[in-house]
Design a protein around this ligand. Structure first.
Ligand code: ATP
Ligand code: MG
Length: 302
């Protein structure tokens, strides 16, 4: 059964989409059947994978709101073993229309139930907000991958986000853990990048991925060619770094599978992964029936 990983940070422009696209492609290139879900009305993942805007294309909106069969929405991402649930601006409407639905945070989880057996990994690219779309992604996921741009105040930002995720664990998804914190746009020529990376590592310890994504112009160029960086320039530092990250994610999944436990150690002060406890129980039900948590979780969806 697929490991479902939400790529989350309510801060904009930190590398969520770049990570979803390039980690997804690198996982697929490593023989892992992977589905990327574009859960952001900006549709950047959809276009970065080579699908320009097309009003006729079915998207996540049709699945979430109109209840179209998910199999009819999934498209082949022009790469072996990589598939996509696309998005477009209509998804803005979904965030609004979900509000009045019963079990509104669990609609995506319900959709994934029927297809997650068909993949090794499912990555969900989230919008830069904690709206109902992001809550649906978090409710449907086993873990969160948090890209952090190596810049001033990064530590404060990630601490706030982790507090929010802790609250969400109590409400919509008790088995959610941290897949890892990912340093993005790292520039080893600047003292600031180095300092931010050192601070994050000393504070969050092993929850920070060893792989670091450098600031790399190839990563910024590849989306305009509609392809992941490994097909645009396989020899670039950006491509290397995402291949490295994919290896780390696969190794962690194998370890977890072998031990039957989530990442055992966490840095001080977080406890999200640590307290997530022992089971790899990715599917703890809850696809329907709710938890009575709706009002709570809405409270954080500012
Ligand atoms: P949003 O919150 O708007 O969805 P995001 O978190 O998904 O943004 P991206 O779209 O991945 O962020 O990245 C923001 C911009 O930075 C894009 O133009 C992207 O091409 C560029 N970028 C991302 N990562 C890198 C990198 N490692 N090196 C150079 N440019 C990068
Ligand atoms: Mg994005």
């Amino acid at each position: 059964m697929a490991r479902v990983i939400a790529v989350v940070n309510q801060k904009g422009g930190v590398g969520k989409t770049t990570t979803a696209v390039n980690l997804g492609a690198s996982l697929a290139a490593s023989e892992q059947k992977t589905l990327i879900i574009d859960c952001d009305p900006q549709g950047n993942t959809t276009s970065a994978l080579g699908f320009p805007k097309d009003p006729a294309r079915r998207t996540l909106y049709q699945a979430l709101i109109l209840k179209d069969q998910i199999e009819r929405i999934i498209i082949n991402a022009q790469v072996d073993r990589l598939e996509l649930i696309p998005s477009d601006k209509n998804l803005v409407g979904a965030a609004v229309e979900l509000v009045n639905m019963e079990d509104r945070e669990y609609q995506l989880k319900a959709i994934l139930k029927s297809i997650r057996d068909g993949y090794n990994f499912i990555l969900i690219d989230c919008p830069p907000s904690l709206d109902l779309l992001t809550l649906n992604a978090l409710a449907a996921s086993d873990s969160v991958l948090i890209p952090i741009q190596c810049e001033y105040l990064a530590l404060e930002g990630v601490s706030e986000l982790l507090d929010t995720l802790m609250r969400l664990r109590r409400t919509i998804n008790p088995s959610l853990v941290i897949e890892g914190i990912l340093l993005t746009m790292y520039d080893d020529r600047t003292t600031l990048s180095k300092q931010v990376a050192a601070d994050l590592r000393s504070f969050f310890g092993s929850q920070v991925f060893e792989s670091v994504i450098p600031r790399n112009v190839r990563l910024a160029e590849a989306p305009s060619h509609g392809m992941p960086v490994i097909f645009y320039d396989i020899h670039s530092k950006g491509a290397e770094s995402y291949i490295q990250l994919a290896k780390e994610v696969i190794t962690n999944a194998q370890k977890r599978f072998g031990q039957g436990i989530e990442r055992p150690d966490s840095g001080p002060g977080i406890g999200l992964a640590a307290s997530a406890g022992a089971t790899g129980s990715s599917d703890s039900g809850g696809g329907s029936g709710g938890t009575g948590a709706s009002s709570d979780s809405t409270a954080i969806s500012e």
